[in-house]
Write a protein that binds this ligand. Structure first.
Ligand code: SAH
Ligand code: SF4
Ligand code: F3S
Length: 475
C-alpha cells in the first residue's frame, strides 16, 4: 500500500473524506441567478455552506451543481494546514480561466482561509470579488450587490454572538437520512499549532431550543441521524437571560435524544480536558446516542502536549480512556487525531504516540504531519525544526500502526449482530446497501427489500480495515 503523507484514512469507506471538496446541487432555477458552492475542510464548514445556501435562496439565488453554469461561485475554504490553502489557490487558477470566458461571473471566498488572509486575498488573487469570514454570512447578499456594481466587497468581522440559530440550513448533498447540526461556533482553546481560534473567533453556544427544533424538523422530514457539531462540544454551555438554569452538553444530548428513539444522535469533537462523566452516563442511558467518541490526543507525550497547549498530559488522557471503557464498555468506538513532527518532538516522544495508540486501540484516526500556520502560538514561540522527511516517516509509522488497530477492532465485530441505519446504495455495487453501526463503521450487505432510512440488524461475516460485510438477520 502506498502511504500518502497527508491524509485522512481508516474511517468508514463511504464517509466523505475531509480533504475532498463538496459541491452544491441542482435546484430549480427559473428566473433566478445561479450559485455554485464548493466546500473544503471540516464538517462545520460543510454545515456553514448549508447556511449560506439558505441566506442566498432568500436573496434570489438557486444552487447549481455546475461551476460553468453559475453566475456566482463561492469557495468555502479551510486554513488548517498549508496544503488546504494550496488546494484552494490551485482551484482559483481554474476559475480565472472560467472568468476570462464569462467576465460577469463573480467569485467569493468564504470560510477560514478568507478570514485568515482578509483583504490580502484580494491583492494576491485578482479573480476574487468577495471575501466573507465565517461570521459574516448574513451580510453576503449585500456583499454580492456591491460586487455586482463593480466594487470588491469584504466582511471579515468576527462576532461574539452569531450562531445563525434562526436560519434553516438548505441540506446540500444530502442522503436524506443523516444531517449535521451546529451547536456552537468558534474556539477558546488556543492549542499552539491551531489556526481555528483566529479564523472562527470566540467560542459561543447556540440556544438549545433552536437546536432541538432543527433536529425535530429533520426527524419529521425523514432524517434518522443528527451529528451535533462544535470544535469542542463538551464546553457547550447555554444560559438564557431570563433563568439561572444552565444547559450543559450532557443536558443538550439528552434533550436531542428524547426527540424520538429512532433518531440517532452523534457528536463531534470532544476535548479530553472537558469530556465529563455526565456526558458518558448520558450516552449510556440512551440507546439512540451512538457509542462512539472522537477524542483527539494529538500526541502521546506529556512534554509535547504541554508545548501544544492541550492542557492535559498523557496520564490524564489515559484516565479519560479508562473512564469511557468503564462506563460504556469495550465496544464503544474511539477515534483520534494525531500530529507527527511537532516542534522539537524527539524520536522517543514520537514512540510515545505509538505506544498511546497501542494502549487505546483506536477504531479510526485522522493523522497529519505538522504544518506551521502563521500567527499561531507555535509559529511565534517554537521553531518548526523537524525535517519534512522525518515528519513523513513518523506519520507513516503512525498510519501503519493505526491500520493494524483498525483491522483488529473491526475483526471484533465479526460474528456479532450490529444495528445499522441504512444510508443508501453501496458505492461498489447496486445490489448492496450500506449504513453505519453505532460505532460509526460502514456496514455493507445485500439489498433485499430494505430501504434507506430503515434500521436493520446485520450479522457481520467479514471485514476489511475500513468496512464490515454481512447480511440482514432481522429488522
Ligand atoms: N477541535 C478539534 C480539531 C479541529 S482541527 C480538536 O480540538 O481536536 C482538526 C485536526 O487538525 C486537529 O485535531 C489536528 O490534529 C489537526 N491540525 C490542526 N492544526 C494543525 C497543524 N498546524 N498541522 C497539522 N495538523 C493540524
Ligand atoms: Fe484548534 Fe485546539 Fe480549538 Fe481544536 S480545540 S479547534 S485543535 S484550538
Ligand atoms: Fe478548516 Fe476552518 Fe474547519 S480551518 S478544519 S474549515 S474550522
Amino acid at each position: 500500500m502506498t502511504l500518502i503523507p497527508e491524509l485522512t484514512i481508516l474511517q468508514p469507506a463511504d464517509k466523505e473524506q475531509v480533504d475532498l471538496p463538496r459541491t452544491s446541487e441542482e435546484e430549480p432555477a427559473v428566473g433566478k441567478k445561479r450559485l455554485y458552492i464548493e466546500s473544503y475542510g471540516c464538517q462545520m464548514n460543510f454545515a456553514d455552506s448549508e447556511i449560506v445556501a439558505s441566506v442566498m435562496r432568500n436573496a434570489g439565488f438557486a444552487t447549481t451543481s455546475s461551476a460553468e453554469d453559475a453566475d456566482l461561485i463561492f469557495l468555502n475554504t479551510c486554513a488548517i494546514r498549508e496544503n488546504a490553502e494550496q488546494k484552494v489557490r490551485h482551484r482559483l487558477k481554474h476559475l480565472t480561466g472560467l472568468k476570462r470566458q464569462k467576465p460577469e461571473l463573480l467569485v467569493g471566498m468564504l470560510g477560514c482561509m478568507a478570514e485568515r488572509l482578509k483583504t490580502k486575498l484580494l491583492e494576491e488573487e485578482k479573480v476574487v470579488d468577495i471575501v466573507a469570514g465565517p461570521d459574516a454570512y448574513r451580510d453576503i447578499p449585500k456583499l454580492v450587490e456591491e460586487a455586482e456594481s463593480g466594487q470588491k466587497a469584504v466582511n471579515v468581522f468576527l462576532s461574539r454572538e452569531e450562531t445563525y440559530a434562526d436560519i434553516s440550513p438548505i441540506r446540500l448533498n444530502s442522503n436524506g437520512v443523516t444531517a449535521f447540526v451546529s451547536i456552537m461556533r468558534g474556539c477558546d482553546n488556543m492549542c499552539s499549532f491551531c489556526v481555528v481560534p483566529f479564523t472562527r473567533g470566540r467560542e459561543r453556544s447556540r440556544d438549545p431550543h433552536s437546536i432541538v427544533r432543527e433536529a425535530r424538523d429533520l426527524f419529521e422530514q425523514g432524517y434518522r441521524e443528527v451529528t451535533l457539531l462544535g470544535q469542542n462540544v463538551d464546553s457547550y454551555k447555554w444560559q438564557s437571560t431570563d433563568t439561572v438554569e444552565i444547559t450543559t452538553f450532557a443536558n443538550l444530548l439528552e434533550m436531542v435524544a428524547l426527540i424520538h428513539p429512532d433518531l440517532r444522535v452523534r457528536f463531534s469533537t470532544s476535548h479530553p480536558k472537558d469530556i465529563t462523566d455526565d456526558v458518558l452516563y448520558t450516552m449510556a442511558k440512551y440507546d439512540n446516542i451512538c457509542k462512539y467518541i472522537h477524542l483527539p490526543a494529538q500526541s502521546g507525550n506529556s512534554r509535547v502536549l504541554k508545548l501544544m497547549n492541550r492542557t492535559y498530559d498523557r496520564p490524564w488522557y489515559i484516565s479519560k480512556i479508562d473512564r469511557i471503557r468503564e462506563i460504556l464498555g469495550e465496544n464503544c468506538g474511539i477515534s483520534t487525531d494525531m500530529i507527527s513532527g511537532f516542534c522539537t518532538e524527539t524520536e522517543e516522544e514520537h514512540l510515545e504516540s505509538l505506544s498511546l495508540m497501542d494502549y487505546v486501540h483506536y477504531d479510526y484516526a485522522y493523522m497529519f504531519a505538522y504544518s506551521e500556520r502563521p500567527g499561531t502560538l507555535a509559529a511565534k514561540k517554537y521553531q518548526d525544526d523537524i525535517p519534512e522527511d522525518v515528519k513523513k516517516r513518523r506519520l507513516n509509522e503512525i498510519i501503519a500502526r493505526q491500520l493494524e488497530h483498525s483491522s483488529a477492532r473491526n475483526q471484533r465485530h465479526v460474528g456479532q449482530v450490529q444495528r445499522v441505519l441504512i444510508e443508501g446504495t453501496s458505492k461498489r455495487s447496486e445490489d448492496f446497501l450500506c449504513g453505519r453501526n453505532d460505532q460509526n463503521k460502514m456496514v455493507v450487505f445485500p439489498k433485499g427489500n430494505w430501504q434507506k432510512g430503515q434500521y436493520v440488524n446485520v450479522l457481520v461475516t467479514e471485514c476489511t480495515s475500513a468496512t464490515l460485510l454481512g447480511e440482514v438477520v432481522s429488522h
